[in-house]
Design a binder for this molecule. Structure first.
Ligand code: TMP
Length: 210
């Protein structure tokens, strides 16, 4: 099963993924986690280029191709081989981030991007996408006060981040079979609980584990 976590910046995905994987391992599942952009030696180098604040002159088309390049390597090197072994793969962001940020955010054609993403991933899309929803100002504020990294993409205008969030909500509402919307403003404990429940509901043998 291929599970992705998505959300605007500051939605708290990254701190949820480790306890989530540990919980599923305790339930007897074999789980690996990964994070985008990055996750392989090559993809991590592309990540540095994408996030570096010195690269503010990067054209959105360059940005799209770099995200896709990093993802193509991650899919072939990590995601597909682990799925082939019957493991659960959980990725912190994936192709839907490109649709949200580069599609809805920058305004690039969604059908064109979907074709490009099919090319980059060899047509691999998640079985379940958990979307952590948060008001964009609150999310960015969490990033600012959290003392973590402030990267080139965080630095885009507030209007860009608002389009990203609307895009996510539209994608989630259009495909409720794959997407689940979770409220990221709850306490971290409540968010973790909601993530676990959403996954267990989708896993075969669910009744054995709940
Ligand atoms: P993060 O590692 O803090 O989530 O930062 C990744 C940033 O890159 C975040 O602002 C979302 C953005 N992003 C895109 O714009 N397109 C993509 O395809 C991906 C994976 C991330």
């Amino acid at each position: 099963m291929f599970i992705t976590l998505e959300g605007p910046d500051g939605s708290g995905k990254t701190s949820q993924i480790k306890p989530l994987a540990e919980f599923l391992r305790e339930q007897g599942y074999s789980v690996i986690t990964t994070c985008e952009p990055g996750g392989t030696f090559i993809s991590d180098q592309v990540r540095d280029v994408l996030k570096n604040l010195k690269n503010k002159s990067m054209h959105p088309r360059t940005e799209i191709l770099l995200f896709c390049a990093a993802r193509a390597q991650l899919v072939e090197e990590i995601i597909r081989p682990h799925l082939a072994q019957g493991e659960i793969v959980i990725s912190d962001r994936y192709a839907d981030s490109t649709l949200a940020y580069q599609g809805y955010g920058h305004g690039y054609d969604l059908d064109f991007l979907k074709n490009l993403l099919d090319f980059a991933t060899g047509g691999l899309w998640p079985d379940l996408t958990l979307y952590l929803d948060i008001d964009v100002e609150e999310g960015l504020n969490r990033r600012r006060v959290g003392g973590g990294e402030w990267n080139r993409l965080d630095d885009y205008a507030l209007s860009f981040h608002r389009r990203v969030r609307c895009g996510y909500l539209e994608m989630a509402q259009n495909n409720p079979t794959r997407w689940q919307i979770l409220d990221a403003c709850q306490s971290p404990h409540e968010v973790q609980d909601a993530l676990r429940k959403a996954i267990l509901k989708k896993l075969p043998g669910e009744t054995l584990h709940t």
